[in-house]
Design a protein around this ligand. Structure first.
Ligand SMILES: N[C@@H](CCC(=O)N[C@@H](CSS)C(=O)NCC(=O)O)C(=O)O
Length: 266
């Protein structure tokens, strides 16, 4: 039923109408650019759907196994075709959805070679990940893990920082190949060198925030505004408990770029 305040669009539009779903796909003034930020509340992970509604090609960044049905349904609802399922790194807190997405859609999995994980496509610093008329520039941003990458979409002024830079925080450096000096250099020499107004989308947020900017983090990040020595000291003394799913997530994520997991091992 139409609300008192909003027009009842559903009763007026169908996909055959001249006003098609394409008209509703735009972000930051780019017609045909599809963008969705999706959330997994168990691991507080953000998955991103990026697409070109003109060519229909889309990608998912950091899909979570338990949310694959939701994410793939959205891809289909928006009449898109999934080209790549991309991981910013080999996650320790959840099992990636890339294996299952490959099964469902025939997409290719993507991760950095340095991650130590298997995938169809390996990327490294300077590479480009193309979908439709858009491309992500791969920035190697190790420190949380060796294989951590951030992805920069210059045309739109947005970047996906994985666990390298979180909103007013950063990825921990106390397991896998974590190294605080390396992380500090990655953030300062790669992410903080992007234009100040660049919108930054992280792989996690634990406080309900969704997006930040380079400018905000350079001024306000309580960890990364410190000197490198102070940062290293702080990171070595966080005393965080290990992610609850680490023991099943790491072995699964080593192979999930190529295979779906049998039901019993999920
Ligand atoms: N409680 C969560 C794990 C939380 C956590 O350790 N998050 C990581 C990213 S996922 S490996 C992190 O780097 N956090 C930074 C921080 O300062 O908290 C769970 O059990 O899964």
């Amino acid at each position: 039923m139409a609300s008192k305040f909003l027009p009842d669009l559903t009763s007026k539009l169908s996909l055959n109408d001249s006003v098609s779903i394409r008209s509703f796909c735009s972000y930051l003034g780019k017609e045909n650019f599809v963008f969705r930020q999706l959330f997994d509340s168990v691991s507080s992970t953000y998955t991103y759907l990026l697409g070109d509604a003109g060519t229909k090609e889309c990608i998912l960044i950091d899909p979570v196994l338990e949310q694959v049905q939701r994410d793939f349904q959205l891809v289909q609802d928006l009449n898109l075709k999934l080209k790549y399922a991309v991981n910013t790194h080999m996650h320790a807190d959840h099992i990636t959805g890339t294996g299952k997405l490959k099964n469902l859609s025939g997409c290719k999995s993507v991760i950095s070679k340095c991650s130590g994980a298997q995938a169809d496509v390996f990327v490294t610093d300077g590479d480009e990940i193309e979908f439709g008329n858009y491309k992500l520039n791969v920035l190697s941003t190790p420190g949380h893990t060796n294989g951590c990458c951030s992805f920069y979409l210059k045309d739109l002024g947005i970047a996906f920082t994985g666990d390298a830079l979180l909103i007013r925080g950063c990825g921990r450096t106390d397991f896998q190949e974590g190294d605080p000096e390396t992380l500090y250099q990655s953030v300062h020499c790669k992410i903080f060198r992007l234009p100040a107004e660049t919108l930054l989308y992280p792989a996690h947020d634990y406080k309900g925030c969704t997006v930040t900017t380079v400018d905000e983090e350079m001024r306000l990040n309580p960890r990364l505004t410190k000197s490198q020595d102070e940062f290293v000291d702080l990171m070595k003394n966080l005393n965080l408990s290990y992610p609850k799913q680490i023991d099943k997530a790491l072995p699964a994520n080593k192979v999930c770029g190529l295979y779906n997991l049998p039901e019993e091992s999920k």
